[in-house]
Design a protein around this ligand. Structure first.
Ligand SMILES: NC(=O)c1ccc[n+]([C@@H]2O[C@H](COP(=O)([O-])OP(=O)(O)OC[C@H]3O[C@@H](n4cnc5c(N)ncnc54)[C@H](O)[C@@H]3O)[C@@H](O)[C@H]2O)c1
Length: 432
């Protein structure tokens, strides 16, 4: 197998995790260049991969002008930059590992797909959940036909409050106006993708959706609450007080303190206390400029009659991605957090069924367990393993995706948002 050479665009949280695969498997992947607008990120990349200064770029145009040769570019910029940067890279013939969501609107999505086709480039979208042992073994069971065709898929996504507040109430995905993505697209294009991928003998045709921001609103602020927690008289009575929630619990430091613009290990407690006095991370959760929903449900009908429902709630006590798939002769039920699920098979000769527990915890690859790439239940690791094989023309897992496969899941998100806003059922053919 040939070693894959890889450049990174946007050396942030996501890209650096993917790039770490090169440290675990230097014989498979080599990071040859990094582009980032932030010099701290370039310094970090330089250290992480012993890159010389000529391999570090402050902007994409300089990277392209230099004609850097590589087998693939990881595009890990934030959502609002995916379209422009991906189009430039594709125009210049680069294969992409592109973070999800591809983009926030249908015309840009299809333009990226078409540009990839025109230029003969491969675009793998980071639907990392597909690659987890949990979902990929479920896909294999469904594809085997053992329990018949899918009749109904019930999916839930409960976003733990630590994650929800740090990403969607105070964090960088809180404003659709700024980042381009609403909550459904940013958080649950994984789930709409899973629905389409698990059921890819057909395609989604109709979508309806409801949702709103109902908890993180001004009306729910404690009486007398101020805009910033630092001078709020209700601090002692509020679980979201920034000094408790962000400083003491410090759930996701690389999100919370990114705006201080110092390496994480050099940030002092004083820096953090000062930061919370003026940044969104120090604001009352009931009074930020969050312009997205905190809960939404989505109904989908597929061409062959399969139904799918997704319920997404932000701000729950625990993270929970649950699935219950009902097929003609069996069911699959489980939480990905448990790393196991129940496979229920009907006995076709008798009235009855038997349950089997599929426990995946023992099967974990050592790479999956390595913290630096272990995110998303191993999905971050397995997508890189597949990418290397895919670019080598070798056999890949059931998860490997090309851009065409990502279109339907995105269309469900766009359709759901139009449905929610316009109070109507959306026929996905209208986007053609
Ligand atoms: N697959 C998943 O499950 C998953 C999970 C979380 C986030 N994401 C997505 O991954 C993407 C990246 O998220 P993140 O949290 O790593 O972001 P990040 O902010 O940590 O990283 C983005 C990096 O891009 C750099 N950058 C911005 N504009 C640039 C430009 N024009 N040229 C070069 N560099 C530029 C920034 O300086 C930063 O270092 C987002 O689209 C996000 O929605 C995906």
């Amino acid at each position: 197998m040939k070693k894959i050479t890889c450049a990174v665009l946007g050396y942030g949280d996501r890209s650096s995790r993917y790039a770490n695969y090169a440290k675990l498997h230097p014989d498979e992947l080599e990071i040859v260049a990094v582009t980032d607008v932030n010099h701290l990120k370039l310094n970090q990349a330089k250290k992480d991969f012993a890159l010389d200064d000529r391999s570090l770029y402050k902007d994409l145009d300089a990277f392209i002008a230099d004609g850097v040769k590589c087998d693939v570019v990881i595009n890990g910029t934030m959502d609002q930059y995916h379209y422009e940067t991906s189009m430039k890279l594709l125009e210049n013939g680069y294969n992409l590992l592109l973070e999800k969501p591809v983009t926030a609107n249908v015309s840009e999505l299809l333009e990226i797909r078409d540009k990839a086709k025109e230029k003969g480039c491969k675009v793998v979208v980071c639907h990392v959940l597909r690659y987890t042992p949990f979902y990929s073994t479920i896909k294999q069971i469904i594809d085997s036909g053992k329990i018949g065709k899918i009749m109904d898929m019930q999916l839930n996504e409960h976003v733990w409050y630590g994650h929800f507040v740090n990403s969607y109430v105070r964090g960088k995905w809180r404003s659709e106006k700024e980042c381009g993505s609403g909550l459904l697209l940013a958080k649950c294009c994984h789930d709409t993708d899973l629905m389409c991928w698990l059921n890819n003998t057909t395609r989604p045709v109709k979508v309806s959706s409801f949702g709103s921001k109902s908890f993180f609103t001004k009306d729910n602020a404690p009486e007398g609450a101020t805009k910033y927690c630092c001078d709020c008289p209700q601090r002692d009575n509020c679980m979201f007080d920034a000094y408790k929630f962000e400083l003491e619990k410090d759930f996701i430091p690389f999100y919370t303190w990114a705006g201080i613009n110092k390496p994480l290990d050099e940030i002092t407690r004083e820096d953090k206390e000062e930061f919370l006095k003026h940044d969104a991370y120090g604001q009352c959760v009931f009074n930020t400029d969050m312009d997205i929903v905190d809960k939404q449900c989505v109904n989908v009908e597929f061409e062959n009659g399969t139904l799918g429902t997704l319920s997404m709630v932000g701000g729950t006590s625990k993270a929970g991605r649950h699935l219950h798939i009902i097929c003609e002769y069996g069911e699959i039920v489980g939480y990905i957090e448990d790393n196991k699920y129940t496979l229920r098979v009907f006995d076709k000769r008798e009235v009855g069924y038997h349950d089997e527990t599929i426990d995946l915890s023992a099967a974990a690859d050592s790479g999956e367990k390595d913290n630096s790439v272990a995110g998303h239940y191993g999905g971050d690791y397995y997508i890189m393993r597949d990418l290397v094989r895919f670019l080598n023309g070798e056999k890949t897992s059931v998860a490997t995706t090309v851009i065409e496969d990502s279109v339907n899941g995105h269309l469900i998100c766009y359709g759901a948002e139009d449905s929610r806003r316009e109070n109507r059922t959306v026929f996905l053919d209208e986007y053609k």
